[in-house]
Write a protein that binds this ligand. Structure first.
Ligand code: SF4
Length: 357
């Protein structure tokens, strides 16, 4: 097993093509009256064209704040983006004006949130909202836009789309509202879809349909950055996985490699405690994560003195392909990872896809 340090940034490139999105050392803090939370604490990753990258981790790990920081939709204040770069098609979005960001949002980068109501206006029909989303970004006649809106509804699995297009959001079920929200996000044919827990509020049948839809989109060339705490959803969709803990990425790698051999002690604990939903609380809100050294050291059964102090450990390769890395000293040149990898309790079978039972 190789223990050479992982190349730092940009990382995990699957080919020679420039990544669509390249995030480097992103830092976002949130100030409350009581404390300052380092919600995103030096996050770096890439998303290639046509690729699905999943950010997994428990509630409060920084997944959503990371994604909301990319296009500046994180509420500022209380949040403040204090460092890093977010290169999208060669532009650093952190230096872009608000008008530039506004034109990118919804056209080139679209967001879908866990709660579809946030994307739907209750006083307009879904057709009106879709037509508006289409015509804002494209010179197209009203009738053609309406036809396209109907086609989008059909694509996301709304039955009787030509009729339902004139319904209001409250006339749809929660799962259908989520699909309508996805249709609105897709209206401008974005290059990157950022989907934050899009399948959490729906039943397993709708979840399976949404997963199928997201697969079709990436087959068509769209890139997806998917936030989920559901390891089965990540298994069903991801090309690569980024595991977040305490505002940092602690493990990253291709889905097959990471799921067959979770390497970081936190990832292994995540798999061990998995019951379909995270059982852990909101750590960031409790502010009980170290702000230096390895962020996981207070809970790590393998922690040694060297894990305290300094910064989060660098990424070391876990396998010979150098695509799977863990931010843990045990994979560095001075240590042997055997005590971690021989922990049989962490063996998992979560590569299976969601089922209806
Ligand atoms: S660096 Fe140390 S504390 Fe952090 S995961 Fe590795 S062994 Fe545990």
């Amino acid at each position: 097993m190789s223990t050479q340090p992982h190349t730092t940034t940009p990382q995990d490139r699957s080919d020679d093509e420039e990544p669509l999105l390249s995030v480097d050392d992103l830092r976002t803090r949130i100030r409350t009256e009581r404390e300052t939370i380092h919600a995103v604490d030096g996050v770096s990753f890439t998303v290639n064209r046509g690729e699905t990258v999943c950010l997994v981790g428990e509630s409060g790990s920084g997944k959503s704040v990371t994604c909301e920081s990319l296009t500046g939709i994180v509420p500022q204040p209380p949040a403040e983006i204090i460092g890093g770069t977010v290169e999208f098609k060669g532009r650093n979005l952190l230096e872009a004006s608000e008008s530039t960001l506004r034109s990118i949002r919804g056209t080139e980068i679209a967001h879908v949130f866990q709660n579809p109501q946030s994307a739907l206006d209750p006083v307009y029909t879904v057709g009106d909202q879709l037509v508006e989303a289409i015509t804002i970004h494209e010179e197209i006649s009203e009738s053609d836009a309406r036809e396209r809106a109907s086609e989008l509804l059909r694509q996301v699995g709304i039955p009787n789309a030509p009729t339902r297009i004139d319904d209001y959001p409250h006339e749809f079920s929660g799962g259908m509202q989520q699909r309508v929200a996805i249709a609105i996000a897709l209206a401008a044919d974005p290059a990157l879809l950022i989907a934050d827990e899009p399948t959490t509020a729906v039943d397993v049948t709708v979840q399976a349909r949404l997963i199928e839809l997201l697969r079709e989109l990436t087959d068509g060339g769209m890139s997806v950055l998917l936030i989920t705490h559901d390891l089965r959803v990540a298994a069903a969709l991801a090309d690569r996985v980024l595991v977040m803990f305490g505002g940092t990425i602690v493990e990253r790698g291709p889905i097959e490699a990471l799921y067959s051999q979770p390497a970081h002690p936190y990832t292994r604990s995540l798999f061990d405690s998995y019951d379909g939903l995270s059982r852990r609380g909101d750590r960031s809100a409790r502010g009980d994560i170290p702000t230096d050294g390895c962020r996981f050291r207070d809970e790590c059964p393998h922690a040694i003195d060297a894990c305290a102090g300094g910064d989060q450990p660098p990424f070391y390769t876990v396998d010979d392909r150098k695509t799977h890395g863990a931010s843990c000293l045990y994979y560095g040149p001075e240590h042997d990872p055997a005590p971690i990898l021989h922990d049989d309790a962490a063996v998992n079978t979560l590569i299976e896809e969601p089922t209806d039972d």
